[in-house]
Unconditional design. Structure first.
Length: 255
C-alpha cells in the first residue's frame, strides 16, 4: 500500500479486508431475490447483451432505430457486464457480483484513506464498518446502476490525486489520470475530476512554466469526446454547472 511501512503492510491489509468482505456479503444477501432494476438498469443490461452478441453497444428498443449507449449513458458498465456473458452468465446475474466486488473495493479504500489520515487502524475499521452497514449504501449497491463502480473508481482517483500531491511521482500521476478516465467512462459526472486534477497540478508543479504546460495539455483534451457521439469533458462540466445554477433560478418556481 502507498506510503506504508512494508513490515506493517500485511496485518493492515488483512484487517481492512474484514469490513470489505462483510460489505460484499451484505450485497449478496440484499440481492438474494435478484438485483434491483430501473429504467437506466434496463439500458445498461440490454447494452451489455447486445455487445456480447456482437451487435455493438446499442439500445435496441425505445427509439426509431438502435441507439448507441455512449450518447446518453456512459458505456463502461455495459462493457464490463458483457464480459461474463462470453462464459454463459447473464449480465443481470453478473451485476450482483460486480456490485459486491465494487462495494468491497470501496470499503477497502475508505479504510485505507482513514488509516492514512489518522494512523489508527481502529478508526479505519470503524469508519469502514459504519459505511458497510449504511442502508443508503446497501440500497445503491443492490441496484443494477453505474453508481457502484463509479464510487469505487472515483474514490480511487481521489486517493491517487491526494497521494500524488503528498509525494509527486509520474506513476501516481498516470495512475490518477487512468482512474479519472475510468470514472468518466462509468458515469459522465466523473468529468468534474478533471478540474480537480488541474488544481492538484497547479498546486504541486514548482514553476509557472510547468503549470502553463500542464494547463495547455489538459484544456485541448477537454473538448475531445470521450466516446463516439458522447459528451466532451468540458461540455459535461459546463452542463453540470448550468444545472446547479438552475437550482437558484427563482423565476421558474411555481406558487
Amino acid at each position: 500500500m502507498i506510503g506504508m511501512n512494508p513490515s506493517n503492510r500485511l496485518p493492515i491489509i488483512a484487517l481492512l479486508l474484514i469490513p470489505a468482505a462483510f460489505g460484499a456479503a451484505m450485497v449478496v444477501v440484499a440481492t438474494r431475490h435478484g438485483i434491483g432494476l430501473s429504467i437506466d438498469s434496463v439500458y445498461y443490461i440490454c447494452g451489455a447483451r447486445e455487445f456480447a452478441a456482437g451487435r455493438g453497444l446499442t439500445v435496441p428498443f425505445g427509439f426509431s432505430e438502435p441507439r448507441p449507449i455512449g450518447t446518453t449513458w456512459a458505456p463502461l458498465l455495459s462493457i464490463i457486464l458483457s464480459l461474463p456473458a462470453q462464459f454463459g452468465f447473464d449480465p443481470i446475474d453478473a451485476a450482483v457480483w460486480l456490485n459486491a466486488a465494487c462495494f468491497a473495493g470501496f470499503l477497502f479504500l475508505v479504510g485505507y484513506i482513514l488509516h492514512r489520515a489518522t494512523q489508527s487502524i481502529w478508526l479505519a475499521l470503524g469508519g469502514a464498518i459504519i459505511i458497510a452497514t449504511s442502508h443508503a449504501m446497501l440500497a445503491v449497491h443492490a441496484m443494477a446502476w453505474s453508481e457502484p463502480p463509479f464510487l469505487l473508481f472515483s474514490t480511487g482517483a481521489l486517493m491517487l490525486m491526494a497521494e500524488y500531491r503528498r509525494s509527486p511521482s509520474v506513476l501516481k500521476l498516470i495512475s490518477a489520470i487512468l482512474m479519472i478516465i475510468t470514472s468518466f467512462l462509468t458515469r459522465y459526472a466523473g468529468a468534474s475530476l478533471v478540474l480537480l486534477l488541474m488544481m492538484v497540478l497547479l498546486s504541486t508543479l514548482r514553476t509557472w512554466r510547468l503549470r502553463l504546460i500542464a494547463v495547455a495539455c489538459l484544456l485541448p483534451l477537454g473538448w475531445i469526446p470521450m466516446t463516439p457521439n458522447g459528451p466532451t469533458w468540458m461540455g459535461h462540466i459546463a452542463k453540470t454547472f448550468v444545472g446547479i445554477g438552475s437550482l437558484f433560478d427563482t423565476t421558474s418556481v411555481q406558487f
